[in-house]
Design a protein around this ligand. Structure first.
Ligand code: SUG
Length: 444
């Protein structure tokens, strides 16, 4: 049986905006209250998906979530028609609007943690939506993520979609952004490397550590991989420097872990790397602070590149899908040129993609995708609506061009016409994809 890595990208919603909601995420805070370009954002995301498709990779997508979430405002005591509620909240509690309007589900690396079937005890692919408890605006994602994953991976013979972990700060979980599956080949048994920022205590001074050790261990238990899984502490100083997820300072695939020198707790790192060398043909590709400072790594999102084996799974011919910010940063660009000449490591090519609208909220190419290693049989069991070809990308682009606004300014969230436009776009999407009344607002 042949196995592949498929990437499922979050389709960027019509509500994409900059609200500065994510403490510890430098780009989100820097661009707070700027005017966003949702049409441009969604088109950039779809072009990235096209790039992977043209390179020969399997590409899928996940649905945008329903925003605004009027049910949350109702739960908080606001009543009346949808428009009346928006008007009331705009007057009485305008700071609630960004929470119910965030398009943050676009960052599919935070949608769930995935364990492929060669690793799990029951031979199924396991997916657990991340509860995203640390930030208010993201803590509302997991119920819709659960629904979306159950729509895409509905075949329970092959897929097990769990509910998000119990909602308590001790189990705060941010999904695949803090998890890497290392393996010698996609069809062989791999090792889940979980990176966490907080155990019993928090080690950071400035910013919250979002992923807990308890959450990572719970996922490993649920997925039946606790015997082999490794748990590694992210260095608190890099969280305080702005690496709010491990995928801002490290990315792995197959036997390769590409990471920044300052990414991890050094004692734990050497212990775990020793174990990995015994279990896998593990290769650690460390980037020194001398070559790329942690500040440059975080502003360019070098480690938020997608690290891909060749389309047929050859781990000796890898490529990076890097954000254009890496090309524009002299130190990072130099590093990448040198890396391409170094044949002792498997990365052979770098492709630059423009995802600036997402980057301005702290989400690079790797944030936008959820990786799912699948066999031929499992791919055939995925809901085919969510596996893309170029024709479907074209159709989605036409839909975006028809329904998305060019711009959203912070004040626009107070105008009920934005709600109408967002719902109209999502309604048209469900028609395009023949999903029926998928969203809650379509039920009334
Ligand atoms: O959780 N930004 C997201 C970015 C997530 C990036 N994902 C990964 N690294 N995998 C976050 O911080 C900003 C929203 C705003 O400010 O409008 C935001 O939620």
């Amino acid at each position: 049986m042949k196995f592949y890595e498929a990437n499922f990208d979050g389709l960027i919603g019509p509500n994409h905006n900059y609200a500065g909601l994510a403490a510890g995420n430098l780009a989100s805070v820097k661009n707070a209250k700027h005017v966003s370009q949702p049409k441009q954002a969604a088109l950039e995301g779809l072009e990235k998906m096209r790039t992977l498709l043209r390179l020969g990779y399997k590409q899928g997508f996940l649905l945008p979530q329903q925003r605004p979430r009027l049910d949350i405002l109702r739960n908080l005591g606001f009543s009346g028609s949808d428009s009346e509620i928006i008007n009331k909240v705009a007057k009485q509690q305008p700071n609630f609007l960004p929470l119910i309007y965030s398009a943050s589900s676009m960052w599919a690396a935070n949608a769930a943690t995935v364990t492929p079937s060669p690793d799990s005890e029951d031979g199924r692919v396991h997916l657990t939506p991340a509860n995203l408890l640390t930030t208010n605006h993201r803590s509302i994602e997991h119920t819709e993520t659960f629904k979306c994953l159950n729509t895409v991976f509905s075949n329970s013979e092959h897929f097990a979609v769990h509910e998000a972990l119990h909602s308590h700060t001790e189990f705060a979980d941010e999904g695949a952004a803090n998890h890497t599956r290392l393996c010698s080949s996609y069809d062989s048994k791999g090792v889940g490397l979980f990176v966490y920022g907080r155990d019993g205590q928090s080690h950071t001074q400035r910013f919250p550590a979002r992923q807990t050790l308890h959450a990572s261990k719970a996922i490993a238990r649920q997925h039946g991989i606790e015997q082999t899984a490794k748990f590694l502490l992210q260095h608190p100083d890099v969280i305080d420097a702005g690496a709010f997820h491990n995928d801002v300072v490290a990315v792995g695939n197959g036997p390769l872990l590409f990471f920044h020198q300052e990414a991890f707790d050094t004692n734990q790192q050497s212990e775990i790397f020793t174990q990995l060398v015994e279990q896998l043909p593990f290769q650690a590709l460390e980037v020194s602070s001398k070559d790329v400072s942690i500040e440059d790594a975080i502003s360019s999102y070098l480690f938020n590149s997608q690290l891909l084996a060749s389309p047929d799974g050859d781990m000796t011919k890898m490529c990076l899908i890097a954000p254009t910010e890496c090309r524009d940063n002299a130190a990072v660009n130099n590093y990448l040129s040198t890396l391409m000449e170094d044949k002792s490591q498997p990365i052979r090519e770098v492709h630059f993609v423009d995802v600036r609208q997402s980057m301005s909220n702290g989400g690079g190419p790797a944030c936008l995708r959820l990786r799912v290693v699948l066999s031929d049989k499992e791919i055939a069991a995925v809901n085919p609506t969510f596996i893309l070809n170029e024709g479907q990308i074209n159709k989605l682009q036409t839909w975006v061009k028809t329904y998305y606004r060019d711009e959203i300014a912070p004040a626009d969230l107070a105008d009920p016409s934005l709600m109408d436009d967002c719902y109209r776009a999502l309604d048209a999407l469900t028609q395009l994809l023949q999903l029926g009344s998928y969203y809650d607002f379509q039920q009334v």
